[in-house]
Design a protein around this ligand. Structure first.
Ligand code: ADP
Ligand code: MG
Length: 393
């Protein structure tokens, strides 16, 4: 619009009307809405096609009218049926054979190392929640939860579904604010700060529901996790002055992907990976931010046995490097073998905290997990058996 006004020196509403809006939408859909070059391709195709059709169709049909709309409608149906993501991704796939060598050359360019954060000494207090309470209307999702995370430990947070584990993660990572209580990260009060500041101070996290850009490659997704480690802004990016830094960020992302065992998938679109692998991509993305404290919400859900073992190995290795890891997980074998400390939540309240052995013997935990807390309705043997496998909801 700005360019248009500049050229015409006169503005009226017609060029910005509904029909033109639909045309722009159409260009984006035909070209590929998720791709920069898709917009260029779509705009070119539609503009040229429209001119040609406006010339030819009335001549062919022997009558004047906006017949191109009908052709566009048919084209739209065809594109959405055959190329739901637009024409550009399809073209790029065909052309991928020629583009790939260039891409590999770029990745191999020497990249300067990113500044890394100093790790905390083992046992140092990283994250502290004091009496954190969260209310959603009348529902108390977290009720005065106390929890600490120290460097060089894996701390497991377990509890039945709906106990408030994910809510607690949001409280201590700035995604949401506690109704009451205090959150400290590396000894700084963090209430009311945005999650960006938590990340900048050394907190990395994943989400229970995978949040990746499906169209983008695994490498690009992971590199996003490192964006706070870059210094160049969008001016530098526009003028292509940030290439060295970008190469460093991508090299760091590739290192984290390889560390997490997904090296073979780095250049694939994230959505093409299995769900379990997508979770691991999220861990790599969190690691790319160079965190000292890592919060993982059900990282092993959807992983197969061997993949779980590999994940446990990775977490143990990270612990050895001095990270503090807070992990939510339902697989008790996974938790009990890996964790140094376990905190059990039920209905938003901490009912037990301690070493895995002590927690496993705690009567309140056994109650919560065996459903024995409701003596009014003694469980039949069948429900008791399933309660052993599945935490009571
Ligand atoms: P968990 O992760 O332990 O399974 P959650 O933290 O997701 O449990 O949820 C705890 C409780 O808080 C649930 O009863 C859930 O329905 C409720 N809850 C979570 N987020 C919201 C929200 N944004 N608004 C209202 N209620 C919520
Ligand atoms: Mg949850």
């Amino acid at each position: 619009g700005w360019l248009y006004a500049h050229m015409q020196r006169f503005v009226n509403p017609t060029p910005f009307g509904l029909n033109v809006g639909i045309e722009y939408l159409f260009m984006a859909v035909v070209g590929g809405a998720g791709h920069l070059w898709g917009a260029v391709l779509g705009a070119m195709l539609i503009t040229l096609l429209k001119e040609q059709l406006q010339d030819w169709l009335p001549r062919l049909l022997g009558a004047s009218g906006n017949f191109e709309q009908i052709v566009f409608g048919l084209l739209m149906v065809l594109v959405l049926q055959r190329f739901a993501e637009g024409l550009w991704p399809t073209l790029a796939r065909w052309g991928g054979r020629w583009l790939r060598p260039e891409r590999e050359g770029r990745a191999a360019a020497p990249a300067c190392a990113l500044p890394a954060r100093a790790m905390q000494p083992a046992g140092a207090l990283l994250l502290e929640a004091r009496a954190v309470t969260k209310r959603f209307g009348g529902l108390v999702a977290n009720s005065a939860v106390d929890l600490t995370l120290r460097a060089g430990e894996v701390h497991a947070l377990i509890g039945p579904n709906g106990a408030g584990k994910s809510t607690f993660f949001n409280m201590v990572s700035g995604v949401d604010d506690p109704s009451e209580g205090e959150v400290r990260l590396l000894d700084a009060p963090m209430q009311g700060r945005p999650s960006r500041e938590f990340a900048a101070r050394g907190l990395g996290r994943t989400f229970q529901h995978v949040r990746l850009l499906g169209e983008r490659s695994v490498l690009e997704n992971v590199a996003l996790g490192a964006h706070l480690r870059g210094r160049r802004g969008w001016w530098a990016a526009m003028l292509r002055l940030d290439r060295a830094e970008e190469a460093a960020l991508l090299a760091e992302a590739r290192r984290q992907i390889e560390r997490c065992g997904l090296g073979d998938f780095a250049d694939r679109p994230a959505a093409s990976l299995a769900l379990g692998q997508q979770r691991v991509v999220e861990i790599a993305r969190a690691l790319a931010g160079n965190p000292v404290a890592l919060l993982l919400d059900e990282p092993a859900a959807g992983l197969r046995h061997l993949e779980k073992q590999a994940l446990a190995g990775l977490l143990a290795q990270l612990r050895g490097e001095g990270l503090g890891i807070l992990v939510v997980e339902h697989d008790m074998e996974f938790v009990m073998n890996l964790a140094d400390r376990v905190t059990v939540l039920e209905f938003g309240t901490v009912i037990a905290e301690g070493t895995p052995d002590a927690v496993q013997r705690n009567p309140r935990v056994l109650d919560a997990y065996l459903g024995g807390a409701e003596p009014a309705a003694p469980p039949t043997s069948a429900t008791a058996a399933s309660a052993v496998l599945e935490p009571a909801a």
